[in-house]
Each structure stands twice: as structure tokens, then as C-alpha cells.
Design a protein around this ligand. Structure first.
Ligand code: ADP
Length: 492
């Protein structure tokens, strides 16, 4: 350790703390050169005859090419899902359905390492994250919902839960496998069938899931996995024989979907953007709080819709917190997603990196003060230094708009009422965090903050039993837990 000019401790990683590279082996991941569409239990060529590349954002190299489905392919998938629903899945005793879902969960666990490596290769997230969070949590969702399949009368006492039919599910690139599990598991546990589309930049783990589904002998057509970009998603949304749309993604596309399904009988759950406030009170355990803030925005490149991207610090501890944050920022390792030491991996795509850079520029133009880690970035691939902004106005764009990158704005406050007002002053309402030693303050904050999830003295904790979803422009409906079941049934 050395002392810097302003007497703060600075860790000298280049000399004392240099970590040797510890890359996870790629050899466990079998990625085919080309993937077709998974329709009716088989991999079939797209009628468009078109394919697009999926690349590794950490080195910009092509990993594979995947089919680009058009409206005719979607129609084929919806027909397969409808037939499976009418003839097999909705008629099957629930305890038999559960067995298939348990089987998928177990197979996912058996292949956990392969899923984790593919997730990190295709999406750019650190292997630590995909190995310890994404894949086990995805498997847990299949286990959890398999457990409910034959117990719906206990989930909804004195009511009969009837499946909705065919669900069209569209997911983003930040948690590709986990989002697929969030959506597929409760849908099929309640007797629905599915047409799922992963994001165009991260299709590979969903296609691996398709392989598992095929091996698990799930009746053909119960789950269909279709690849493509926005137009393919729109074809799912607009297909007349879809009963429910489950969408996770940007608020802009969420609004398009809402308009498209207005006046139809389609039900919808939408999990959209966020701009979460993370609030540190003066009585908080500051080291833990700083670690929680780092975890909340930086550990996943800020690619989390619930990322704690706005930090509010009580004035009396502001200087201490800022110093601790800057020191910690300097220790974060940015680089190869497959390296087990990496904290911040690659930004998911060139386009997303450009968006983040655009916002960093806007922050500077708006007069905010910027601090970036001095770490070296790899020469190839899409990487971004973790970035802090202080002197941020509440009205500034970097404090109001979702950046979806490792960029944190920091503001101060004096009273609880003031910070509640500031925290709620956003079009979003997905999540928030509160750091304090006082239980009564936590209860006051959680009741007054308009956020679907409020974490207290922790951040980004997920569990299949607990519901997740937002207020305002963060969408509607909940996923996870019992709430996640009710999104896929009619109660009579
Ligand atoms: P992000 O900004 O996180 O990439 P998007 O909302 O653009 O979020 O994408 C989320 C998912 O929605 C992706 O699978 C994408 O292909 C899909 N998508 C994009 N545009 C549309 C659309 N108009 N209708 C339906 N799905 C869409």
C-alpha cells in the first residue's frame, strides 16, 4: 500500500497484487458452427434461408451463426405450440409435467460448466458471474416451478388455475439463460406451451437449452426456440394465435409491444428498464455499503436492469464514501470474461459500448465531474472502464436515463424525505437499495419508495421464490415466486 497526495491509501496492483491469469478452459463448450430453429422438437432450417453471426464481444471473433426466423417460421412454431398445447401438454396430469421440468433442471445442473462458459463467451459476462449466479439460479427456477406444477390448488386455494395457451416470450441479452428459465419454467409448469426468442447477440445458451429439452424428451412443440432480431420478436407479438406475451427488454420496445397488443385478448407481462437508487445513510456499515454499491453497478458491466446506477450518500459521510469508492474502483479487474479473477467483463456489443460512451460524453458536457479507474483495457473487444460521476444535477440525463453500463452517478442528501423524493424522481421504478443500521428507517424507506424490489443492506439478491418486477415505465406484472405462476393462468 502507498499513500497518495491527498493521504488516501492506494493499492498498488501492478507490483504487490498482480493476479496471474486464471482462465476457464473453453474446451468444455461445444458450440456448433451453425444453429437452426428449434420447432416441434427438431432443429429445422429457417424458411428465410438467412443466418446471422453471433460473436464473442471480448475478442470480436465469430462464435457461430444462427438462423434468422421470419413470420413464416414464427407461424410454424406457434402452430406446433398450439398443437402440443391442445393435444398433449394441457391434458397431461400435472405430476407428469413436473417430471419433465425436474429432468430439465437436473440436466442443466449436470451441464452447468458448459452453460457458464458459453454464456461468458457469447455475452461477455465474467465467468464468476455466469458460473456462480446465472446458471445455478436458472436451474433453481426449473426446480422451483417443477415443484409447483402439481400443487396449483395450494398456490391458489379454492380456485382452479387454467393455463392461458401459447406464450410468446422475448428476452434480452443481459441474463440470457436465466431469463429463459424465468419465462419457460413457470409457463410450462402451469400447462402452457411456449415460443421463446433470445436476444440476437446472445442466442447460444437458449439453443443449448433447446438441446437439453430435446434430450429430456419433452413432448415436441411444448417449447420452441426461435432466433432472430427485432422483426422476429415483432412477428411473435403480432401472431394472432398467441395468448400471452412475456417480454423483458427496453422500455421503448415495451411501449411498441403494448401498442401492438392493445385491443387484442393477449395478456402481457413487461419487465423493462430501470434507474435504481442505492442510498447510503450515515449510520450504514460503510465498507459493506461500498462493496454493495460496486456489486450493484459494476460487477456485471452495469448490464442489469435493476443496476444501482444512482448513488445517494448522506452528506456527513459523502467524502469518506467517495474515497472508499474510488479506492475500490482502482482494484477492479477489467478484462477476459473467462478469467476467474475478472470483475468486469466485456460490454455485450459494439452498439452498447457506443451508447455507454455517448452517455459518458453527455455527463461531461452536462458539467458533472468524472472519475475513471486507471486500469488498462484489452486491445481487442468491447470494454469500458468503471466510471463515477459527481456534481450531478438531479435533472441531468445521466441521472435520469438508463445507461446500461458501468457508470455510476453520485449525489448527496440530508434527510430521509429529501432522498425519498430524489429516489422516486425518475420515470422508472424497478428496484432500489438502502444501507442503514436502523430497521425503522428501512421500513420507512421501503414503504415510500416506488420500486418493485427494495434491497436492504444488500443488493442484487435473487431467489426463485421471490417476485420481481416494476412500477411506472419499468413495466408491469411480476416474475418469480407465486406471482410468476399467476402470470400464466386464469383463475376460475
Ligand atoms: P435491449 O436494449 O436490452 O437490447 P431491446 O428491447 O432492444 O433491449 O431487446 C430485447 C429483446 O426484444 C430482444 O430479444 C430483441 O430482439 C427484441 N425486440 C427488439 N425489437 C422488438 C420489437 N419491435 N418487437 C418485439 N421484440 C423486439
Amino acid at each position: 500500500m502507498a499513500k497518495t497526495k491527498n493521504n488516501t491509501l492506494k493499492l498498488q496492483f501492478d507490483t504487490t497484487w498482480n493476479y496471474a491469469p486464471a482462465p476457464e478452459s473453453k474446451s468444455i463448450a461445444s458450440i456448433k458452427p451453425r444453429y437452426e430453429l428449434f420447432i416441434n422438437g427438431e432443429f429445422v432450417k429457417p424458411s428465410s434461408k438467412k443466418y446471422f453471426d453471433t460473436i464473442n464481444p471480448a475478442n470480436e471473433e465469430k462464435l457461430s451463426e444462427v438462423a434468422d426466423a421470419n413470420a413464416a417460421d414464427i407461424d410454424k412454431a406457434v402452430k406446433a405450440a398450439r398443437t402440443a398445447y391442445d393435444k398433449v401438454w394441457s391434458k397431461m396430469p400435472a405430476k407428469e409435467r413436473a417430471k419433465y421440468i425436474y429432468r430439465i433442471a437436473r440436466m442443466m445442473q449436470e451441464r452447468a460448466r458448459e452453460f457458464a462458459v458459453i454464456e461468458s463467451l457469447d455475452g461477455g459476462k465474467p465467468i464468476r458471474e455466469s458460473r456462480d449466479f446465472d446458471v445455478p439460479t436458472a436451474a433453481n427456477h426449473f426446480f422451483y416451478y417443477a415443484g409447483w406444477a402439481d400443487k396449483l390448488e395450494y398456490a391458489f386455494p379454492n380456485r382452479t388455475a387454467v393455463p392461458l395457451g401459447v406464450a410468446g416470450q422475448i428476452i434480452p441479452w443481459n441474463f440470457p439463460l436465466l431469463m429463459a428459465a424465468w419465462k419457460v419454467a413457470p409457463a410450462i409448469a402451469t400447462g402452457n406451451t411456449v415460443v421463446l426468442k433470445p436476444a440476437e447477440t446472445t442466442p447460444l445458451t437458449a439453443l443449448k437449452l433447446a438441446e437439453i429439452i430435446q434430450e429430456a424428451d419433452l413432448p415436441p412443440g411444448v417449447v420452441n426456440i426461435i432466433t432472430g432480431a427485432g422483426a422476429t420478436g415483432a412477428a411473435i407479438v403480432n401472431h394472432p394465435d398467441i395468448d400471452k406475451i412475456a417480454f423483458t427488454g427496453s422500455t421503448d420496445v415495451g411501449k411498441i409491444i403494448q401498442k401492438a397488443i392493445a385491443g387484442t385478448n393477449k395478456k402481457a407481462t413487461l419487465e423493462l428498464g430501470g434507474k435504481a437508487a442505492n442510498i447510503i445513510f450515515e449510520d450504514a456499515p460503510l465498507d459493506q455499503a461500498v462493496e454493495g454499491v460496486i456489486n450493484g453497478i459494476f460487477f456485471n458491466q452495469g448490464h442489469v436492469c435493476c443496476a444501482g446506477s444512482r448513488l445517494y450518500v448522506q452528506e456527513s459521510v459523502y467524502k469518506t464514501v467517495l474515497r472508499k469508492l474510488k479506492d475500490r474502483l482502482e482494484t477492479l479487474i477489467v478484462g477476459d470474461p473467462l478469467d476467474k479473477n475478472t470483475d468486469i467483463g466485456a460490454i455485450n456489443s459494439k452498439q452498447q459500448l457506443e451508447t455507454i460512451h455517448k452517455y459518458i460524453k453527455i455527463g461531461q458536457q452536462e458539467g458533472a465531474e468524472m472519475f475513471q479507474s486507471s486500469c488498462a483495457l484489452p486491445g481487442k473487444g468491447y470494454f469500458c472502464r468503471p466510471t463515477l460521476f459527481t456534481n450531478v444535477a438531479q435533472s441531468s440525463r445521466i441521472a435520469q436515463e438508463e445507461i446500461f453500463g458501468p457508470v455510476l452517478t453520485i449525489q448527496t442528501f440530508r434527510t430521509e424525505d429529501e432522498v425519498i423524493e430524489k429516489a422516486n424522481n425518475t420515470p422508472f421504478g424497478l428496484s432500489a437499495g438502502v444501507w442503514t443500521d436502523k430497521g425503522s428507517k428501512i421500513f420507512n424507506m421501503t414503504t415510500k419508495m416506488r420500486a418493485g424490489v427494495v434491497w436492504a443492506n444488500t443488493y442484487n439478491k435473487f431467489d426463485p421464490t421471490s417476485p420481481f418486477g416494476g412500477y411506472k415505465e419499468s413495466g408491469y406484472g411480476r416474475e418469480g415466486g407465486l406471482h410468476g405462476l399467476s402470470a400464466y393462468v386464469n383463475l376460475i
